[in-house]
Design a protein around this ligand. Structure first.
Ligand SMILES: [Zn+2]
Ligand SMILES: [Zn+2]
Length: 229
């Protein structure tokens, strides 16, 4: 577990140490600091909790996430370019059926050497600019970096805010809530709701009065009006 504490001077939260046993923490020692050096890393990790868009669609906790990284040593630090692939689960916003979609999230982040960061700070005067610079890069800690915040941002960007089971999903019937995908022919005869009630009444009248089999619409309406009095 990496403990975090807030450094009021720097105005940001600092992790004291990263745990190299955390599968989302990567080590850059093997890469070295010679600019241009490259290293590729593939790793399958278990999805951390709440990876996705809260309440909409996300990767279930513990589900496999395939991560492919390309680490490149640059002057300021390590440029990490990568892809995360996983299966996300959610619910169609139109028909509310559960859905599964293939997540393919790309990301790129510069993890900077803390000493390179310090050098820049002493040369450039404006503290306000510093604050902005720090948002652009994440410092390496003892040669380690935590991919989790980068992964989270990339996953949220790659997932749809309004997932649908199919682009053409017809959603639910506005009259009865039936899932129209299950029967595209689903429809209701276009009748007024009040008229539909009268049709139901016609059934009961016909059951009672077998002699009145030729009951027309106006007959039924009259019968209904009688019933109301
Ligand atoms: Zn749907
Ligand atoms: Zn319906």
């Amino acid at each position: 577990m990496a403990a975090t504490l807030h450094d009021p001077k720097a105005g940001r939260t600092l992790s004291t140490h990263l745990d190299h046993r955390n599968p989302l923490v990567f080590d850059t020692h093997e890469l070295g600091r010679r600019p241009g050096a490259l290293q590729r890393i593939s790793r399958t990790v278990e999805a951390p909790a709440d990876l996705g868009i809260d309440g909409v669609v996300g990767v279930p906790q513990g589900a496999p996430v395939e991560i492919e990284l390309r680490l490149e040593s640059v002057m300021e630090g390590v440029l990490v370019t990568g892809t995360a692939r996983a299966s996300a689960e959610g619910e169609c916003v139109r028909c509310l059926e559960p859905l599964e979609l293939a997540l393919d999230a790309d990301f790129q982040e510069l993890f900077s050497y803390p000493d390179a960061d310090d050098r820049g700070r002493s040369k450039q005067a404006e503290p306000a600019d510093d604050a902005e610079d720090e948002d652009d890069t994440i410092p390496l800690k003892d040669g380690l970096f935590d991919l989790e915040p980068v992964l989270r941002d990339a996953v949220v960007l790659a997932l749809p805010m309004q997932p649908v089971c199919r682009e053409t999903c017809l959603g639910l019937c506005s009259t009865c809530g039936f899932r129209i995908e299950d029967d595209p022919d689903h429809h209701h005869d276009a009748v007024d709701i009040r008229w539909a009630a009268l049709q139901g009444l016609a059934g009961t009248i016909q059951d009672g009065e077998k002699d009145n089999m030729s009951g027309t619409a106006s007959d039924v309406q009259r019968a209904a009006e009688k019933q109301e009095k």
